[in-house]
Design a protein around this ligand. Structure first.
Ligand SMILES: [Zn+2]
Length: 348
């Protein structure tokens, strides 16, 4: 009987040692130590032995059973540790290695510039007005003192919308000002920014371009106010407090008098040349850059929206946003701004 117990024990230990999974260990546990297991068979057969043998063999059987139970628990623990080791090997990582930053995009330089414009004008008390990209002829032209037979309409190569009677892709953001004045009484201080459309396409013109227009109407508004606002604006967006502005007589049907606005070149500071007498390419050595148009709002335009032109005066201006972005970032071709080439955009 004793040798039978020894044999069972060594078989059980060998089988446990070879077991590779919890399931195998559990099977062995049932086979040797379970209610109907091999050890219980031995215990049951003890009753046929003499009292003396019962004591010694029973003791050995009990000790062996306890020993095997301990071996089973030890095997479970070993398997668990092994599983951890496998996972640790597979999912090993060095927590001291610096992390990889995910690629994050940024706003397009035109959008960024428009934000900056809104901030600068916001500080001067201007609100932002918005309007539709597709406009009626009435708002895009008529209300701006450009009736259908007016030659000034030829200044803007217009996209007319097919099948939509007298609708255009807005050629400027000025109709937004009209809409705003129609719904607001003076004093008015607004800017309108956004996409505008004309049939132009070359190195400095794109059929779609961005404009910013500003409008200020109140009693006693003069060209001096216009000059102060524009000079401050250009100094801020070109980050150059030495910038000066000048006006040259021009013609736009919705203002009187009308003028072109120039500012001193932010690269050569109006000198026309850089250090070591290198000619300034941006301003073509003249020291001035053409920025846009401006003027005092034509009395007819004020009357069109129901304002008393004897009581109120105002100024308006319109600049090409894209050209200002080109100047600010020293970009020499307009198309670069619209091609969405990441090699270009990521530089900013
Ligand atoms: Zn220059």
């Amino acid at each position: 009987m004793k040798s039978k117990i020894e044999i069972l024990k060594s078989q059980a230990l060998a089988a446990l040692k070879a077991a590779k999974s919890d399931a195998e260990v559990r099977d062995l546990e049932v086979k040797y130590l379970g209610r109907n297991g091999l050890f219980n068979d031995i215990m049951k057969s003890l009753k046929d032995l003499s009292d003396e043998e019962k004591r010694t063999v029973g003791k050995l059987a009990n000790e062996t059973k306890t020993e095997l139970e301990a071996a089973v628990q030890k095997k479970y623990a070993e398997l668990e540790m092994y599983a951890f080791d496998v996972i640790a090997d597979k999912e090993w990582m060095d927590v001291t290695v610096p992390g990889k930053k995910p690629d994050v995009g940024h706003r397009h330089l035109i959008s960024k510039f428009i934000d900056d414009l809104e901030v600068v004008f916001g500080r001067m008390g201007f609100a932002v007005a918005e309007g539709p990209d597709i406009e009626t002829e009435h708002y895009n032209f008529d209300q701006l003192n450009m009736p259908a037979d007016h030659p000034s309409r030829d200044m803007q190569d217009t996209f007319w919308v097919k099948n939509l009677k007298r609708m255009v892709l807005r050629t400027h953001t000025s109709p937004v000002q009209i809409r705003h004045m129609e719904s607001h009484k003076p004093p008015v201080r607004v800017i309108s920014l956004g996409k505008t459309f004309r049939k132009d396409s070359d190195a400095t013109h794109s059929p779609m371009f961005h404009q910013i227009e500003g409008l200020m109407v109140d009693t006693d508004i003069s060209i001096a106010n216009l000059k102060a606002v524009l000079t401050h604006l250009l100094q801020q967006v070109f980050e150059d407090p030495s910038i000066k502005t000048r006006f040259r007589t021009s013609y736009f049907p919705f203002v009187e008098p009308g003028m072109e606005v120039d500012c001193t070149c932010p690269i050569c500071h109006g000198e026309g040349k850089l250090a070591d007498n290198v000619p300034c390419k941006l301003c073509k050595q003249c020291g001035w850059l053409e920025i846009g148009g401006a003027g005092m709002v034509h009395p007819k335009v004020l009357e069109n929206v129901g304002y008393d032109s004897k009581k109120y005066t105002g100024f308006a201006f319109g600049f090409g946003v894209d050209r200002m972005v080109m100047i600010r970032h020293r970009v020499n071709h307009l198309r670069l701004l619209f091609e969405n080439d990441l090699r270009f955009i990521d530089q900013f």
